[in-house]
Design a protein around this ligand. Sequence first.
Ligand code: NOJ
Length: 751
Amino acid sequence: MKGILQFIIMIVALSIALSGCTSNQSDDSKIHDLTVSKYDGKIKELMAKMTIEEKIGQLNMLSGDWAITGPFIRADFKQDIKAGKVGSMLNCYTVDYTRELINLSVDSTRLGIPLLLGYDVVHGHRTIFPIPLAEACTWDLNLMEQTARIAAIEASAEGIHWTFAPMVDITRDPRWGRVMEGAGEDPWYGSLVAIAKVKGYQGDDLSKDNTILACVKHVAAYGAAEAGRDYNTVDLSLRSLYETYLPPFHAAVEAGVGSAMTAFNEINGIPCTENQWLWEDLFRKQWGFDGLVVTDYTAINEMIEHGVAANLYQASVLAINAGVDVDMVGQGFLLNLKQAIEKGDVTQEQLDKAVYRILKAKFELGLFDDPYKYCNKEREKADIMIPERTQFCREVATKSMVLLKNSNKLLPLSKEIKTIAVIGPLADNKIDMIGGWSAAGDRNSRPVTLFEGVKNKLSSKTVVLYALGTDFNTSSTEGFDEAIRAAKQADVVLLALGESNDMSAEAKSRSSIDLPGNQNLLADEILKVNKNTVIILMNGRPLTIQHLDDVAPAILETWFAGTEAGNAIADVVFGDYNPAGKLTMTFPRNAGQIPIYYSHKNTGRPFDVNNSWTSHYIDVDNTPLYPFGYGLSYTRFEYSNLTLDKKEMTHPEVVRVSVTVTNSGNYDGEEVVQLYIQDLVGSVTRPIKELKGFEKIFIKQGNSVTVHFTIGQEELSFYREDMSFGSEPGEYRIYVGGSSDTENSVRLTLN
Ligand code: NOJ
């Protein structure tokens, strides 16, 4: 009887949820009223004067020609701006250029509505910080807010009003090139990072001249692209959408993000750019989102290829009726909406809602008070790449680095070393230091290379040798001899291996995530002649480096560390900073393990070494090479006395968790203390562990610190069998440790 009841509940719950998910009918009763802006009167006054063509023009975004971030579609954008056919632009910056474009919108159009200017300011504008995946490994939310703040200051000093960031896509597939843009695999942590970023970009008042509109992207589940191939289709359950992919978006909305971008992919068969359930029901009605929805680059046009629209007219109708406001680059709205309104396929009200939201953003940014407020020549000169920001950039980079291996305490190195060789394709390479999506960052002359950073750090008494060794895309061993000679002469080698910057980011998926080219071979040859070889990894995604882990004594993951890369690596390598970064994305042993992530389900046959009929591979362990949350320090941290102030709790009580962390090594250092929860028996299957708390603490050598966490209903809640969010009475296991593979745990009962 119970079984039948459960089945009926499940069918009813899923059909309610899925009917929303698949519904694509235009039903005005579903579309909630716009949140009234404090500029309501002014917006409506302006809208009353606008012709239908002028309204449609506001929905059209064109690309400038300064940066190409998608297929190029030619448009005479200056002419179109003057004709009132453009509401926003992307890919244009600098005060002179943005002033020129804004001037066209203000002086040459009938109503003088200023342009809105957007750009992908993802990890800095001119001062380039480490890539977001690296920065996430700092586990320092204030720092992440500050880097977004600085990015906003520099971008706004060059005329930019709007950034297409943060990218908060959760991803468990390192083959996907865009993993570099996000915070990694965990939805709870990703939500906190999303909030920090939104606060950083938008500040506390969008009308200031150094705050910019943020855009949370890509809504939604873009990180679940099948086989990690960018733009590929996505197929997932409603449960994993809610549990894994949506939380960071919801957090960004709660933090007041001003805009959101549609993802290229589909959800449950409906491309996100026409997904009425996603935008009108979930974002606007359920979550109360009142910002702008912008498509991704030509995403409306792409609905034809998706096979849900026969032509651009149909695609445009679907998109606007789903609640999309701005059409990025594809001009579907511009060319089709007038006819669609005349034919009754789109209501005037739907168009007005989009125009309202666009004008609201422009009012909130203060563009109607002064369209040129971001176009200040003096500020542009004074507010870009100032030394204190460069210094901070170096600090962020040191904190992003993750020490993956350090046998025999090879690191840190002594500064008194006689001869050091810096070898590898990334050893003296400026171009690759700042990684992908690096906005207006100078990649040719400004970034500090590892070779330069080492020379800056050491006195003239140390001989610093350099050799290229090999390149990323070659099987040639031509450069090996020179590299081997340098390694033989040196007391220590820093071997800089990894990917070039253009191997990650958009459209940069890889089917193999091994070190490209013959870099492993180079490592073998160098290690044959010099055992004191430290691998300095630079890359935009987790790589499969089982071989390096087997043969090299020390590995430091430095990612693409930004403008100050070389100096920051030298700080870590020579012990001026004790590394404390912890991975926020699992490193697989080989690509066949993908998707691999710490918070997986147990299955009915979890691996048991004594039973071959359990879930495993016959050719590789189930475990990753390095798990989520993992990272070493030059010192050692020990965990003891994990206790709860009560073993049982009843709603609405909370439980206090305490743990003592002792620095028992020889250096002062920071540790990221992580708390994970496992729900042992639920109405639905639950992950084996979920991150629900962390604290980054500094402990002097020889000292102990007691860390406290609080567990309440929120931490124990999840989407239950009927998809309602809440907790269930039962048994939980609480883990606290320095990595997701910790076994240090206690039990808790929720009554
Ligand atoms: C396409 C990318 O998917 C998106 O993230 C970016 O913001 C736009 N291009 C604009 O560059």
